[in-house]
Design a protein around this ligand. Structure first.
Ligand SMILES: *Cc1c(COP(=O)(O)O)cnc(C)c1O
Length: 340
Protein backbone atom coordinates (compact mmCIF):
# COMPACT_ATOMS: atom_id res chain seq x y z
CA UNK A 1 0.00 0.00 0.00
CA UNK A 2 1.31 3.50 -0.82
CA UNK A 3 2.29 5.48 2.27
CA UNK A 4 -0.21 8.01 3.59
CA UNK A 5 1.18 11.31 2.43
CA UNK A 6 1.11 13.88 5.22
CA UNK A 7 4.35 15.44 3.96
CA UNK A 8 2.64 18.55 2.56
CA UNK A 9 -0.57 19.77 0.95
CA UNK A 10 1.53 20.25 -2.20
CA UNK A 11 1.42 16.48 -2.72
CA UNK A 12 -2.08 16.32 -4.21
CA UNK A 13 -2.69 14.89 -7.70
CA UNK A 14 -5.29 16.48 -9.98
CA UNK A 15 -8.65 14.73 -9.63
CA UNK A 16 -10.47 13.25 -12.63
CA UNK A 17 -12.79 16.28 -12.65
CA UNK A 18 -9.84 18.67 -12.65
CA UNK A 19 -8.12 16.71 -15.41
CA UNK A 20 -11.30 16.93 -17.49
CA UNK A 21 -11.45 20.71 -16.96
CA UNK A 22 -7.78 20.94 -17.98
CA UNK A 23 -8.35 18.80 -21.06
CA UNK A 24 -11.16 20.99 -22.34
CA UNK A 25 -9.61 24.40 -21.48
CA UNK A 26 -9.90 27.20 -24.02
CA UNK A 27 -6.39 28.54 -24.61
CA UNK A 28 -4.44 31.30 -26.36
CA UNK A 29 -1.12 33.13 -26.06
CA UNK A 30 -0.95 34.28 -22.44
CA UNK A 31 1.96 36.70 -23.04
CA UNK A 32 -0.21 38.59 -25.51
CA UNK A 33 -3.19 38.63 -23.13
CA UNK A 34 -5.05 36.20 -25.41
CA UNK A 35 -5.54 33.22 -23.13
CA UNK A 36 -9.23 33.43 -22.14
CA UNK A 37 -8.98 30.92 -19.29
CA UNK A 38 -6.06 32.72 -17.65
CA UNK A 39 -7.85 36.07 -18.04
CA UNK A 40 -10.93 34.63 -16.36
CA UNK A 41 -8.87 33.24 -13.49
CA UNK A 42 -7.07 36.56 -12.93
CA UNK A 43 -10.35 38.50 -12.81
CA UNK A 44 -11.92 35.98 -10.51
CA UNK A 45 -9.06 36.01 -8.00
CA UNK A 46 -8.77 39.81 -8.09
CA UNK A 47 -12.44 40.12 -7.26
CA UNK A 48 -12.33 37.36 -4.63
CA UNK A 49 -9.46 39.12 -2.84
CA UNK A 50 -10.96 42.60 -3.20
CA UNK A 51 -8.42 44.00 -5.65
CA UNK A 52 -8.49 45.68 -9.07
CA UNK A 53 -6.30 43.33 -11.09
CA UNK A 54 -4.61 39.94 -11.00
CA UNK A 55 -1.59 38.29 -12.60
CA UNK A 56 -1.17 34.56 -13.16
CA UNK A 57 2.27 33.31 -12.13
CA UNK A 58 3.81 29.83 -12.12
CA UNK A 59 4.36 29.74 -8.35
CA UNK A 60 3.81 31.42 -5.04
CA UNK A 61 7.52 31.97 -4.70
CA UNK A 62 7.41 34.13 -7.83
CA UNK A 63 4.44 36.06 -6.38
CA UNK A 64 6.44 36.90 -3.25
CA UNK A 65 9.58 37.66 -5.28
CA UNK A 66 7.83 40.01 -7.69
CA UNK A 67 5.67 41.69 -5.04
CA UNK A 68 8.62 42.45 -2.79
CA UNK A 69 10.47 43.84 -5.82
CA UNK A 70 7.51 46.08 -6.67
CA UNK A 71 7.58 47.62 -3.23
CA UNK A 72 11.33 47.90 -2.66
CA UNK A 73 13.35 50.91 -3.78
CA UNK A 74 17.09 50.57 -4.26
CA UNK A 75 19.14 51.95 -1.40
CA UNK A 76 18.73 50.21 1.92
CA UNK A 77 15.02 49.45 2.19
CA UNK A 78 13.86 46.97 4.79
CA UNK A 79 10.96 44.49 4.82
CA UNK A 80 9.47 43.52 8.17
CA UNK A 81 8.07 40.00 8.55
CA UNK A 82 7.81 37.17 11.03
CA UNK A 83 10.95 35.07 11.52
CA UNK A 84 9.00 32.03 10.26
CA UNK A 85 7.96 33.73 6.98
CA UNK A 86 8.44 31.88 3.70
CA UNK A 87 10.68 34.52 2.03
CA UNK A 88 12.98 34.40 5.08
CA UNK A 89 13.37 30.63 5.09
CA UNK A 90 12.41 29.01 1.81
CA UNK A 91 13.08 31.28 -1.16
CA UNK A 92 16.84 30.90 -1.54
CA UNK A 93 17.51 34.41 -0.24
CA UNK A 94 15.24 36.02 -2.81
CA UNK A 95 14.54 39.27 -0.88
CA UNK A 96 18.29 40.00 -0.92
CA UNK A 97 18.96 38.95 -4.50
CA UNK A 98 15.84 40.06 -6.38
CA UNK A 99 14.95 43.15 -4.35
CA UNK A 100 18.12 44.22 -2.51
CA UNK A 101 16.05 44.23 0.67
CA UNK A 102 17.23 44.11 4.25
CA UNK A 103 15.09 41.65 6.19
CA UNK A 104 13.90 42.51 9.69
CA UNK A 105 12.28 39.57 11.43
CA UNK A 106 9.80 39.70 14.30
CA UNK A 107 9.36 37.04 16.94
CA UNK A 108 5.63 36.48 16.62
CA UNK A 109 3.44 33.91 18.35
CA UNK A 110 3.25 30.93 15.98
CA UNK A 111 3.83 33.20 13.01
CA UNK A 112 1.49 35.98 14.12
CA UNK A 113 3.13 39.22 15.26
CA UNK A 114 1.38 42.19 16.83
CA UNK A 115 0.96 45.76 15.67
CA UNK A 116 3.04 46.79 18.71
CA UNK A 117 5.91 44.50 17.65
CA UNK A 118 5.74 45.98 14.16
CA UNK A 119 5.71 49.54 15.41
CA UNK A 120 8.64 48.90 17.76
CA UNK A 121 10.71 47.48 14.87
CA UNK A 122 10.23 50.47 12.56
CA UNK A 123 13.23 52.68 11.95
CA UNK A 124 12.95 56.35 12.89
CA UNK A 125 12.40 58.42 9.74
CA UNK A 126 15.34 60.48 8.55
CA UNK A 127 18.04 58.51 10.37
CA UNK A 128 20.80 58.09 7.78
CA UNK A 129 22.56 55.33 9.72
CA UNK A 130 19.69 52.93 9.52
CA UNK A 131 17.92 51.03 6.76
CA UNK A 132 14.57 52.51 5.76
CA UNK A 133 11.46 50.61 6.85
CA UNK A 134 9.53 50.17 3.64
CA UNK A 135 7.26 47.18 3.71
CA UNK A 136 5.46 44.79 6.02
CA UNK A 137 4.45 41.28 4.98
CA UNK A 138 1.89 39.00 6.63
CA UNK A 139 1.51 35.24 6.00
CA UNK A 140 -2.08 33.93 6.16
CA UNK A 141 -2.15 31.17 7.35
CA UNK A 142 1.31 30.90 8.89
CA UNK A 143 2.93 27.76 7.53
CA UNK A 144 5.87 27.27 9.91
CA UNK A 145 3.72 28.71 12.69
CA UNK A 146 1.53 25.60 12.33
CA UNK A 147 -1.30 26.74 10.07
CA UNK A 148 -2.16 29.63 12.40
CA UNK A 149 -4.96 31.95 11.30
CA UNK A 150 -4.26 35.65 11.69
CA UNK A 151 -7.45 37.01 13.28
CA UNK A 152 -8.98 39.82 11.21
CA UNK A 153 -8.45 42.25 14.10
CA UNK A 154 -4.71 41.46 14.12
CA UNK A 155 -4.51 41.99 10.35
CA UNK A 156 -6.33 45.32 10.60
CA UNK A 157 -4.10 46.56 13.46
CA UNK A 158 -0.99 45.78 11.43
CA UNK A 159 -2.46 47.56 8.39
CA UNK A 160 -3.27 50.53 10.61
CA UNK A 161 0.33 50.83 11.85
CA UNK A 162 1.54 50.46 8.24
CA UNK A 163 -0.78 53.26 7.09
CA UNK A 164 0.35 55.58 9.87
CA UNK A 165 4.01 55.03 8.96
CA UNK A 166 3.64 55.06 5.18
CA UNK A 167 4.65 51.41 4.74
CA UNK A 168 3.75 49.26 1.76
CA UNK A 169 1.87 46.08 2.69
CA UNK A 170 1.97 42.54 1.27
CA UNK A 171 -0.07 39.43 2.07
CA UNK A 172 1.41 35.98 1.41
CA UNK A 173 -1.89 34.16 0.99
CA UNK A 174 -0.51 30.76 0.04
CA UNK A 175 -3.21 29.26 2.32
CA UNK A 176 -5.54 32.27 2.57
CA UNK A 177 -8.61 30.18 1.76
CA UNK A 178 -7.81 27.83 4.65
CA UNK A 179 -8.03 30.90 6.89
CA UNK A 180 -11.30 31.93 5.21
CA UNK A 181 -12.89 28.51 5.71
CA UNK A 182 -11.63 28.20 9.30
CA UNK A 183 -12.72 31.70 10.39
CA UNK A 184 -15.74 32.51 8.24
CA UNK A 185 -14.10 35.87 7.38
CA UNK A 186 -14.18 36.64 3.63
CA UNK A 187 -11.03 36.58 1.50
CA UNK A 188 -11.65 40.22 0.55
CA UNK A 189 -11.85 41.26 4.22
CA UNK A 190 -8.51 39.60 4.92
CA UNK A 191 -6.74 40.66 1.70
CA UNK A 192 -8.43 43.83 0.46
CA UNK A 193 -6.45 46.23 2.63
CA UNK A 194 -2.99 45.12 1.44
CA UNK A 195 -1.18 46.71 -1.52
CA UNK A 196 -0.49 43.24 -2.92
CA UNK A 197 -1.77 39.77 -2.03
CA UNK A 198 -1.77 36.36 -3.63
CA UNK A 199 -3.32 32.92 -3.55
CA UNK A 200 -1.59 29.61 -4.22
CA UNK A 201 -3.43 26.89 -6.14
CA UNK A 202 -0.92 24.13 -5.45
CA UNK A 203 -1.48 23.83 -1.68
CA UNK A 204 -4.83 22.74 -0.27
CA UNK A 205 -6.65 23.73 -3.46
CA UNK A 206 -5.07 20.79 -5.21
CA UNK A 207 -4.10 22.18 -8.62
CA UNK A 208 -0.82 21.17 -10.27
CA UNK A 209 0.53 24.63 -11.19
CA UNK A 210 -0.23 28.28 -10.51
CA UNK A 211 -0.71 31.24 -8.23
CA UNK A 212 -2.35 34.63 -8.78
CA UNK A 213 -0.90 37.91 -7.50
CA UNK A 214 -3.37 40.79 -7.07
CA UNK A 215 -3.09 44.54 -6.56
CA UNK A 216 -3.98 47.84 -8.22
CA UNK A 217 -3.98 47.94 -12.03
CA UNK A 218 -0.87 50.09 -11.84
CA UNK A 219 1.07 47.64 -9.64
CA UNK A 220 -0.04 44.67 -11.73
CA UNK A 221 1.11 46.42 -14.92
CA UNK A 222 4.51 46.83 -13.30
CA UNK A 223 4.41 43.21 -12.08
CA UNK A 224 3.99 42.16 -15.72
CA UNK A 225 7.45 43.58 -16.48
CA UNK A 226 9.01 41.40 -13.77
CA UNK A 227 7.02 38.36 -14.87
CA UNK A 228 8.42 38.87 -18.37
CA UNK A 229 11.95 39.43 -17.09
CA UNK A 230 11.97 36.36 -14.84
CA UNK A 231 10.58 34.08 -17.52
CA UNK A 232 7.17 33.75 -15.91
CA UNK A 233 5.28 34.92 -19.02
CA UNK A 234 3.65 31.85 -20.53
CA UNK A 235 1.91 30.69 -23.72
CA UNK A 236 -1.17 28.41 -23.53
CA UNK A 237 -1.40 28.87 -19.77
CA UNK A 238 -5.13 28.12 -19.84
CA UNK A 239 -4.15 24.46 -19.58
CA UNK A 240 -3.07 25.04 -16.00
CA UNK A 241 -5.33 28.02 -15.22
CA UNK A 242 -8.30 25.71 -15.90
CA UNK A 243 -7.16 23.53 -12.99
CA UNK A 244 -7.11 26.62 -10.76
CA UNK A 245 -10.63 27.68 -11.79
CA UNK A 246 -11.82 24.14 -11.17
CA UNK A 247 -10.25 24.30 -7.69
CA UNK A 248 -12.13 27.52 -6.88
CA UNK A 249 -15.40 25.84 -7.86
CA UNK A 250 -14.85 22.47 -6.18
CA UNK A 251 -12.06 22.54 -3.61
CA UNK A 252 -12.69 25.51 -1.34
CA UNK A 253 -15.55 24.43 0.94
CA UNK A 254 -14.00 20.98 1.34
CA UNK A 255 -10.97 22.54 3.10
CA UNK A 256 -13.16 22.16 6.21
CA UNK A 257 -12.64 18.39 5.91
CA UNK A 258 -8.86 18.87 5.93
CA UNK A 259 -9.23 20.97 9.06
CA UNK A 260 -11.33 18.39 10.87
CA UNK A 261 -8.93 15.63 9.79
CA UNK A 262 -6.05 17.71 11.19
CA UNK A 263 -8.00 18.06 14.45
CA UNK A 264 -8.50 14.30 14.60
CA UNK A 265 -4.81 13.75 13.99
CA UNK A 266 -3.83 16.35 16.60
CA UNK A 267 -6.09 14.90 19.29
CA UNK A 268 -4.79 11.39 18.59
CA UNK A 269 -1.17 12.53 18.64
CA UNK A 270 -1.61 14.52 21.84
CA UNK A 271 -2.76 11.36 23.61
CA UNK A 272 0.46 9.49 22.74
CA UNK A 273 3.31 9.26 25.22
CA UNK A 274 6.30 11.33 24.17
CA UNK A 275 4.37 13.73 21.93
CA UNK A 276 4.14 17.40 22.83
CA UNK A 277 1.20 19.07 21.15
CA UNK A 278 -1.74 21.22 22.15
CA UNK A 279 -4.60 20.19 19.84
CA UNK A 280 -6.27 23.57 20.46
CA UNK A 281 -3.36 25.18 18.58
CA UNK A 282 -4.37 23.34 15.39
CA UNK A 283 -6.66 25.73 13.52
CA UNK A 284 -6.36 24.58 9.91
CA UNK A 285 -4.63 21.73 8.04
CA UNK A 286 -1.12 21.84 9.54
CA UNK A 287 -0.10 19.90 12.64
CA UNK A 288 3.33 20.54 14.14
CA UNK A 289 4.31 18.37 17.08
CA UNK A 290 7.44 17.68 19.10
CA UNK A 291 9.04 14.35 19.92
CA UNK A 292 12.48 13.40 21.28
CA UNK A 293 13.88 12.25 17.95
CA UNK A 294 11.96 13.77 15.04
CA UNK A 295 14.26 12.56 12.27
CA UNK A 296 14.38 9.04 13.70
CA UNK A 297 10.58 8.84 13.91
CA UNK A 298 10.07 10.20 10.38
CA UNK A 299 12.59 7.67 9.03
CA UNK A 300 11.07 4.71 10.88
CA UNK A 301 7.49 5.29 9.66
CA UNK A 302 8.37 6.48 6.13
CA UNK A 303 7.15 3.31 4.39
CA UNK A 304 3.69 3.79 5.91
CA UNK A 305 3.34 7.51 6.65
CA UNK A 306 5.25 10.37 5.05
CA UNK A 307 5.96 13.23 7.44
CA UNK A 308 8.47 16.07 7.47
CA UNK A 309 11.03 16.58 10.24
CA UNK A 310 11.64 20.32 10.67
CA UNK A 311 14.54 19.90 13.05
CA UNK A 312 15.77 17.47 15.70
CA UNK A 313 12.49 17.64 17.62
CA UNK A 314 9.70 19.03 15.46
CA UNK A 315 7.61 17.10 12.94
CA UNK A 316 5.03 18.56 10.53
CA UNK A 317 1.99 16.68 9.22
CA UNK A 318 -0.37 18.29 6.69
CA UNK A 319 -3.83 17.11 5.67
CA UNK A 320 -5.18 17.65 2.16
CA UNK A 321 -7.43 16.47 -0.67
CA UNK A 322 -5.73 13.08 -0.96
CA UNK A 323 -5.92 12.25 2.76
CA UNK A 324 -9.16 10.74 4.07
CA UNK A 325 -10.38 10.34 7.63
CA UNK A 326 -9.52 6.63 7.39
CA UNK A 327 -5.99 7.57 6.30
CA UNK A 328 -5.62 9.73 9.40
CA UNK A 329 -6.84 6.88 11.61
CA UNK A 330 -4.36 4.52 9.95
CA UNK A 331 -1.53 7.04 10.36
CA UNK A 332 -2.38 7.35 14.04
CA UNK A 333 -2.18 3.57 14.42
CA UNK A 334 1.31 3.58 12.90
CA UNK A 335 2.47 6.47 15.09
CA UNK A 336 0.95 4.88 18.20
CA UNK A 337 2.87 1.69 17.46
CA UNK A 338 6.15 3.67 17.20
CA UNK A 339 5.58 6.01 20.11
CA UNK A 340 3.16 4.20 22.39
C1 LIG B 1 4.33 27.16 -0.42
C2 LIG B 1 4.44 28.54 0.12
C3 LIG B 1 4.98 29.57 -0.67
C4 LIG B 1 5.57 29.33 -2.03
O1 LIG B 1 4.65 28.85 -2.94
P1 LIG B 1 5.12 27.91 -4.16
O2 LIG B 1 3.91 27.87 -5.01
O3 LIG B 1 5.49 26.59 -3.55
O4 LIG B 1 6.28 28.57 -4.81
C5 LIG B 1 5.01 30.84 -0.14
N1 LIG B 1 4.52 31.09 1.07
C6 LIG B 1 4.00 30.14 1.86
C7 LIG B 1 3.45 30.51 3.20
C8 LIG B 1 3.95 28.83 1.41
O5 LIG B 1 3.46 27.87 2.21
Amino acid sequence: MAPINLYSDTQTRPTDGMRAAIASAEVGDEQRGLDPTTLRLQERVASLLGHEAGLFLPSGTMCNGIALRLHARPGGDEVVLDRTAHPVNSEAGSPAQLSGLMVRTLDGERGVFTAEQLEAALRPAGNRHMPRSRLVSVEQTSNLGGGTVWPLSAVLSVLDVAARHGLRTHLDGARLLNAVVASGVSAASFAGGFDTAWLDFTKGLGAPVGAVLVGSSELIAEAWRWKQMLGGALRQAGIVAAGCLYALDHHVDRLAEDHSNAQLLARGLASLAGVQLDPASVETNIVIFSVDDARGLVGRVADEVELQAFDARRVRAVTHLDVSREDVERALDVLARELG
